[in-house]
Design a protein around this ligand. Structure first.
Ligand SMILES: NC(=O)c1ccc[n+]([C@@H]2O[C@H](COP(=O)([O-])OP(=O)(O)OC[C@H]3O[C@@H](n4cnc5c(N)ncnc54)[C@H](O)[C@@H]3O)[C@@H](O)[C@H]2O)c1
Length: 360
């Protein structure tokens, strides 16, 4: 088992990564607690009973609840139902919420834990690659409003993250590959050596090789935890985790969330951010080509995809202005200076924004 410590003073916690942890990853938890395990309709039938059995072995009283799979469950309505479930399960301030699923379950159940009884304990059990390398770490929780994604939320760190790599066996290939976009992001923003390793491990990653996956997920969690430890509440440099997300979010909003998965849109957004980086930060064009080549080898799209080229620039530009990270209508970009090092809060002129999208 790989262990990553997230150092946040009294809110510090451990991320455990390995195969079989649904059974063996719970050491150190107290006995005799009460928990509500929140999962979705895809994940609960696969892993809900195993999770419940492991907690029952600690003499916990466990109630499982299942939400519909998909982003539409990250809603105030669904959250409201979960508050009722938490009351019915008899949870008190010593009880736990266990989030068993992808990022949707993690964000929703995380916010339930952040807000129920003014905050109770949370254990994240991520089952999608995106959740393993990104959403289960760092404490951002929340739900969407009809007006936009993640508009209601709270920072609430888990007590423990139990990442059983065996869960990835059942993840659909497209979901898995989408998660790899965030993996590539960590190399570009923080660790050039890790990026080189990803280039040489491409085939093993696509084959979901256990050893390579364990070290890759652990490195991503370490990088995210280092960034979060430096800036837990996104006062500044935590923004670097949004590399590729400014255009990525706009693509999701304009093309529709059904057309592109988050990681796919982020892959295109990273290509865009790198084009801006070459122009504005003197980022090496050959290195940008290596990122594009790695994305392609992993089966991820870039700006040259015909469905992206067909999107209206003015709609994308408008969507970028309404992004949460935008200040006074001016989008701020994370741009790369060299492989493994980025700057945040960068403003870019209108002409350059458009030209980079057009590939000029
Ligand atoms: N909190 C954060 O820091 C953070 C960071 C990034 C993304 N997010 C959020 O994460 C969400 C996206 O997460 P996601 O991509 O995991 O989406 P998701 O939770 O919808 O999972 C994707 C699909 O895979 C299924 N699934 C998950 N694990 C599975 C498994 N082991 N086997 C089979 N099917 C499985 C789910 O049921 C779903 O259909 C978005 O809402 C996004 O806003 C949050």
């Amino acid at each position: 088992m790989e262990r990553v410590q997230v150092g946040l003073g009294e809110r510090s916690y451990e991320i455990r990564i390995g195969r079989g942890l649904l059974e063996t990853g719970w050491e150190g938890l107290p006995t005799g607690k009460r928990a509500l395990v929140v999962s979705d309709a895809n994940v609960d039938p696969l892993y809900g009973a195993r999770c419940e059995a492991a907690l029952a072995a600690l003499d916990w009283t466990v109630t499982r609840t299942v939400i519909p799979a998909g982003e539409s469950s990250k809603s105030v309505d669904c959250l409201s139902g979960l508050y009722g479930q938490a009351v019915a399960a008899g949870l008190d301030r010593n009880s736990y919420i266990v989030a068993l699923g992808g990022g949707v379950v993690g964000d929703l159940a995380g916010f339930l834990a952040a807000s129920f009884l003014r905050g109770i304990r949370l254990i994240q059990v991520p089952t999608s690659l995106l959740a393993l390398v990104d959403s289960s770490v760092g404490g951002k929780t929340g739900v969407n409003l009809p007006q936009g994604k993640n508009l209601v939320g709270a920072f609430h760190q888990p007590d423990l993250v139990v990442a059983d790599l065996g869960c990835l066996d059942t993840l659909l290939p497209r979901e898995y590959i989408s998660g790899l976009a965030e993996v590539v992001k960590y190399g570009v923003i923080w660790d050039a050596e890790f990026f080189r390793k990803l280039e040489s491990d491409t085939a093993a990653l696509l084959a979901r090789d256990d050893g390579v996956l364990a070290s890759t997920v652990a490195r991503c969690c370490t990088i995210k935890s280092e960034v979060v430890s430096l800036d837990e509440r996104e006062g500044g440099m935590r923004a670097i985790l949004n590399f590729g997300h400014t255009l990525g979010h706009a693509i999701e909003a304009v093309a529709g969330y059904e057309r592109w998965l988050h990681g796919e849109a982020v892959a295109v957004g990273m290509d865009y951010a790198l084009r801006l980086s070459v122009r504005r930060k003197g980022f090496d064009a050959a290195a940008a080509g290596r990122v594009r080549a790695l994305l392609a080898a992993l089966g991820l799209p870039d700006l040259s995809h015909s469905d992206i080229g067909a999107l209206s620039w003015s709609e994308l530009r408008k969507a970028m202005s309404t992004d949460k990270k935008t200040l006074a209508g001016i989008p701020r970009f994370v741009l790369a200076e060299r492989m493994g090092s980025v700057a945040y809060g960068c403003e870019v002129g209108e002409d350059e924004l458009r030209q980079a999208f057009m590939g000029a």
